[in-house]
Design a protein around this ligand. Structure first.
Ligand code: FE2
Ligand code: FE2
Length: 347
């Protein structure tokens, strides 16, 4: 099912979304966005498995036309098919949608012949190419984006003294895992330059914790259900923070930052959050950051536990105690374990 990828549903009335879910869920994973801004984030974040979107013109926050315009402004129009759900809009508005790159405008998307037409377009839709320009040069970040990222990291470390250094260590550990994985899995296209870019992006994984209250971040005991729900918002909050920084938003490394921030708590078996992605629908750099995040939390002192020895941390991860990771990344962890330990010894 999920090997076919995902489709995004946003806006439109509830019965129509329900009908689309019924039609497409046997073959596609379904991502849903409650508002236009989230839909635009998902589309510009370029999830590897995302095949297309059905978009109402009435999405709250940013309407469907605004989402299309946002894609066009970023040079991303027509890279993924976006089907507009029409419920009788003015012809001028529909005309604008066509001009902005809508793949089709559908009155009755779950009925023939629209359904067959849509299926064909989705089947032909392929994973978008890697972020443009991100792999050129020496694998270094554009200076303005690097400065913005440093400021976010410094703010994160200042807020949470106990886990100071966590964000940078996660970046370094994710880089080590990806370097180990690269020769095992050439299909991921993990060049040295890309790994350097990604490792810096991984340091921004917890940007959303800037909006998590201190009382929760530093709470020594077990979190209540409400507190846990607030903590679990940090991947999405982080995406909003990244989006609001023009120097990052406009840079070629933004898709890496966005994907890692949004999906570093996803798990291989679909048991993570916020989107429940599974397998390689989770970008490999987000998978590596997720594993590095868990590893760092285990081997570092926390208010709620003493640091574990490195060997024990690796065993806990491999035995599934921290959620499921992919088999090849797990192999990379085993291979990289001695280098990870020395990385921490020198940290
Ligand atoms: Fe996190
Ligand atoms: Fe983290």
């Amino acid at each position: 099912m999920v090997s076919n990828g995902y489709i995004l549903l946003a806006g439109g009335d509830a019965p129509r979304r329900q009908a689309l879910r019924r039609v497409y869920s046997p073959r596609y994973g379904i991502l849903e966005a409650d508002d236009g801004r989230t839909a635009l984030d998902l589309l510009t974040g370029e999830a590897p498995g995302l095949r297309g979107a059905f978009l109402g013109l009435d999405t709250p926050g940013l309407d469907g036309c605004g989402v299309l315009a946002g894609l066009a402004r970023r040079g991303l129009a027509r890279r993924l098919p976006v089907f507009i759900l029409d419920s009788g809009a003015e012809p001028a508005l529909l005309d604008r949608c066509w001009k902005l790159g809508a793949a089709d405008i559908l009155r009755d998307p779950e009925a023939e012949p629209a359904r067959s037409r849509t299926e064909t377009v989705l089947a032909l839709s392929r994973r978008p190419p890697a972020p443009q320009g991100a792999d050129s040069g020496e694998g270094s970040w554009p200076p303005a984006a690097a400065t913005a990222a440093q400021a976010i990291c410094a703010a994160l470390e200042a807020r949470d003294a106990e886990s100071g250094g966590h964000v940078r260590r996660v970046g370094a550990a994710a880089g080590e895992l990806l370097r180990t994985l690269a020769p095992l899995c050439p299909e991921y296209g993990l060049t040295d330059a890309r790994i350097r870019l990604v490792s810096q992006a991984a340091a921004l994984h917890d940007a959303g914790k800037l909006s998590t209250p201190d009382s929760i971040l530093r709470k020594p005991g077990r979190l209540t259900r409400e507190e846990l729900a607030l903590v679990r918002r940090h991947p999405l909050e982080g995406c909003r923070i990244l989006e609001s920084v023009p120097a990052l938003r406009a840079s070629s490394v933004y898709p890496y930052c966005y994907q890692i921030c949004r999906w570093h708590h996803e798990r291989w078996d679909g048991g993570g959050y916020p989107d429940g992605l599974r397998g390689d629908a989770i970008p490999i750099w987000a998978q590596a950051a997720a594993l590095a995040d868990v590893y760092d939390a285990l081997v570092s002192p926390r208010v709620y536990h003493d640091p574990r020895p490195h060997g024990q941390a690796v065993d806990m991860i491999l035995s599934g105690q921290c959620g499921a990771f992919g088999p090849r990344l797990s192999q990379a962890l085993q291979d990289a374990a001695p280098r990870l330990e020395s990385l921490y010894a020198g940290a």
